[in-house]
Design a protein around this ligand. Structure first.
Ligand SMILES: Nc1nc2c(ncn2[C@@H]2O[C@H](COP(=O)(O)OP(=O)(O)OP(=O)(O)O)[C@@H](O)[C@H]2O)c(=O)[nH]1
Ligand SMILES: [Mg+2]
Length: 314
């Protein structure tokens, strides 16, 4: 488990920022819900309008149907007497979808370095997330090392090294164009030799449709398990929430190719209202480890379903 407890004031600040950034001023749901039922009466038409609202907020057609279906049942049971009851019902439906993917990352150091392989499309936020995690793990008292497995993009190694310097953690890198599997394998050796708790391995961005590059990731994973059969301990996909439904497609394809064990959803500050997280939680039973709402280190926190539901609703 994580060592030290989160400072409460830091956490409170995050929830406030999460609300403000997801909602960008007026809350998308509460504001609109009141508008949907001007006389306060909830009927089929209200639910139909709410349906379009959810689809537009990136929740996706199937997940929206699940939510609206649930509300229809409540309506039939005469449980939706007013806007407040509708809000409560909606919040419950949202929590039910999100709760199963709230599974915090648990670091197990008993078998040597805990190795996290970071994957995702170009620009999703992999390297930044590694930097933020390095900082977080160090603050919790773990020793951390970074592996510069993005040997493809110009300046990728320097970007990782900058994060390493900022957080005072070592970075293992080779020359441009080196085999990413070899870089990460060597870094695993170095991490063992130095008794490091957590190794974070960066990789180059790639589209889920680039078969050759997806195969390269499978090879990285295979080579890692040759060095330590329990590694990688976490294969984390980084998803940019502002890509909407495309993020869901990415998650499905990366999961098929690699067997993901965790997700980090970034850029919720720039997204169409955060609904994509509902679609991902509903369609893919992969734990959501962290959510990001900005570029600073404190703008990333563990995912908590109830908090996220509240941020959507308030
Ligand atoms: N607004 C916002 N920006 C973010 C967030 N996370 C990352 N970024 C920014 O997104 C940009 C891309 O981040 P990187 O970490 O370089 O992404 P990457 O996936 O490593 O990119 P490649 O290595 O090119 O595939 C940077 O400018 C980050 O500062 C976030 O939660 N919110
Ligand atoms: Mg990168």
């Amino acid at each position: 488990m994580f060592g030290k407890k989160e400072k409460p004031e830091k956490k409170e600040g995050f929830i406030k920022r999460l609300r403000a950034r997801i909602n960008k001023g007026d809350s998308w749901l509460t504001y609109d819900l009141a508008n949907l039922a001007p006389g306060g009466k909830i009927d089929e038409d209200t639910l139909e309008e709410l349906e379009s609202l959810l689809v537009m907020a990136d929740v996706g057609v199937d997940t929206t149907e699940r939510i609206i279906g649930d509300l229809h049942k409540r309506l039939a049971r005469k449980e939706l007497k007013d806007v407040e009851a509708l809000q409560r019902g909606l919040r419950e439906a949202i929590c039910e979808i999100l709760a199963p993917v709230e599974q915090p990352l648990v670091i197990d150091k008993s078998d040597g370095p805990y190795v996290i392989l970071m994957v995702g499309v170009n620009g999703a936020g992999k390297t930044t997330t590694i930097g933020k995690l390095a900082r977080r793990f160090k603050d919790q008292g773990h020793s951390v090392m970074l592996a510069a497995g993005d040997t493809f993009r110009a300046a990728a190694v320097e970007q990782l090294q900058a994060w390493g310097e900022r957080n005072d953690v070592p970075v293992i890198a080779q020359h441009a164009g080196a085999d990413p599997a070899a870089v990460i394998f060597d870094a695993m050796d170095a991490a063992s030799a130095r008794d490091i708790d957590i190794l974070l391995a960066d990789t180059a961005g790639r589209l889920q449709s680039q078969t050759g590059l997806m195969d390269e990731l499978s090879k990285v994973k295979r080579v890692m398990s040759r060095r330590d059969e329990t590694a990688p301990h976490e294969i984390m996909l980084v998803l940019d929430a502002s890509q909407g439904q495309n993020a869901l497609v990415q998650a499905e394809k990366f999961h098929e190719a690699l067997g993901l064990t965790g997700l980090t959803v970034t850029k919720l500050d720039g997204s169409a209202k955060g609904g994509i997280l509902l679609a991902i939680a509903d369609k893919l039973s992969v734990p959501v480890r962290f959510i990001g709402i900005g570029e600073a280190a404190e703008d990333m926190q563990p995912f908590v379903a109830a908090e996220f539901a509240d941020a959507l609703m308030q």
